[in-house]
Design a protein around this ligand. Structure first.
Ligand code: SF4
Length: 413
């Protein structure tokens, strides 16, 4: 789909460079991808097989329509039973989710897990197990105290020069380890007045130079709503950069349309923080979505939560980081899993995270090494952690150990 589409877009750009623009409509020069291009839709063999088995009457065009994907997501035990054999632990968990993070899986993501074993990393991302119902003493529903740092609905102002703006509580998939499991998936929408108050708050605080739009997943909103949000934020003079935090290219790559790119690229500098958890998420469709975003000029970074049994070893993490770089996504953060209720079965020790960073640094490109952080419980912000490379440090010198274990000395005078 996207390669062909890009090809057509490239041809159009080339004709424009050559001065052959007579067939273009007024204003088309501002478009990176022409909205008049009819995309040639494609789908990976795996998704196609799934679609033919479970949605035989659905066309490839509908399958590749993100709104069709959202309308047909798997939200209940009966939905999931239609496509996969659930275990007792999964059934019990789903039957007891009332009041907790709901179940939601897009048909696209379902095509990646429908024939997997219960331990499959992608399945564990979205299908709850009974351990999720167990809350330990250290777990809190809002471990980062976002409510306490929220001056108006939707805004979290924790750091001096930037704010988090949660514009929706909806996602196309609900990740079982979500930090905001206390709020996402609820019907608590922001109304027009809430948006206006949030814009006024940002406008009234000249120290805010960076706005991170998150949720929920902002890319589940329509192009028109995103345009409204972004134009209002971009209209505030002191806001220098805007970021969007999203998992959409991974769980609903069909959403990355030419029209979306054309909306987003009006608001540069705009960064996208994408959320990946495992190398198997980087499919043909996901790669095409990320390449399309990169072609749109958006710097792409990735955030990964360290998850027991999913990505908690060096080979898997290294493969993920390498695959990310190949689709032009720069690894950014590796998070120690937050202390949300029912996350005990996902959490590793902190030592495991340090071991992974130690296994990456020096053994692969620096670009492939994310920063390992703990988001401090209680709202203290992100705190970076590094393996201990310092053997000794005083006024005279610092003695260091490199990735191979060799010791070297650097004088302080
Ligand atoms: S996509 Fe993000 S906000 Fe949505 S459930 Fe997953 S981690 Fe939470």
């Amino acid at each position: 789909m996207n390669a062909n589409n890009n090809e057509v877009a490239t041809l159009r750009c080339e004709s424009r460079l050559a001065g052959c623009s007579s067939d273009e409509e007024p204003g088309a020069e501002t478009m990176f991808f022409s909205q008049n291009v009819i995309p040639k839709l494609s789908v990976s063999n795996r998704s196609l097989e799934f679609k033919q088995r479970y949605f035989p009457l659905t066309s490839v065009e509908s399958w590749n329509d993100w709104k069709w994907q959202l309308r047909n997501s798997f939200n209940s035990i009966d939905d999931l039973k239609r496509i996969m054999k659930l275990t007792e632990k999964e059934i019990m968990a789903i039957n007891n989710l009332k009041g907790r993070l709901p179940l939601r899986v897009s048909p696209y993501f379902a095509s990646l897990i429908y024939d997997t074993k219960p331990s499959h990393p992608l399945r564990r991302n979205v299908v709850p197990v009974v351990e999720e119902l167990i809350t330990s003493g250290s777990e809190k529903s809002d471990p980062l105290h976002e409510k306490a740092f929220s001056p108006v609905k939707g805004i979290v102002h924790r750091y001096p020069d930037r704010v988090l703006f949660t514009v929706t509580q909806v996602c196309s998939n609900y990740c079982r380890y979500c930090t905001r499991s206390h709020s996402v998936g609820r019907l608590d929408k922001l109304g027009k007045q809430d948006f206006e108050k949030a814009f006024s708050y940002i406008a009234g605080h000249k120290e805010i130079r960076d706005v991170l739009i998150s949720g929920g997943d902002p890319l589940t909103l329509t192009d028109e709503t995103l345009d409204y949000i972004l134009s209002n934020i971009r209209g505030i003079e002191h806001v220098e950069i805007i970021r969007i935090g999203t998992r959409t290219p991974v769980v609903l790559p069909q959403r990355i349309t030419d029209k979306l790119i054309n909306v987003l690229r009006k608001y540069h500098p705009l960064f996208l923080s994408l959320h990946f958890s495992h190398p198997s998420e980087i499919t043909e469709e996901c790669a095409a979505a990320c390449n399309k975003l990169a072609d749109g000029g958006f710097p792409l970074g990735s955030q990964t939560v360290l998850l027991k049994g999913i990505n908690d070893n060096v080979p898997v993490m290294k493969e993920l980081m390498h695959k990310l770089l190949k689709i032009r996504v720069r690894p950014y953060y590796l998070y120690q899993c937050d202390l949300i209720p029912g996350s005990g079965h996902f959490r590793t020790t902190v030592a495991k995270g340090l071991e992974i960073i130690k296994g990456l640094r020096g053994f692969t490109s620096g670009y492939a090494v994310p920063t390992f952080v703990i988001d401090a419980p209680g709202g203290g912000g992100k705190i970076p952690l590094l393996p201990d490379y310092v053997v000794e440090h005083n006024k005279e010198h610092i003695v260091l150990r490199n990735y191979k274990g060799d010791v070297c000395e650097y004088p302080e005078r």
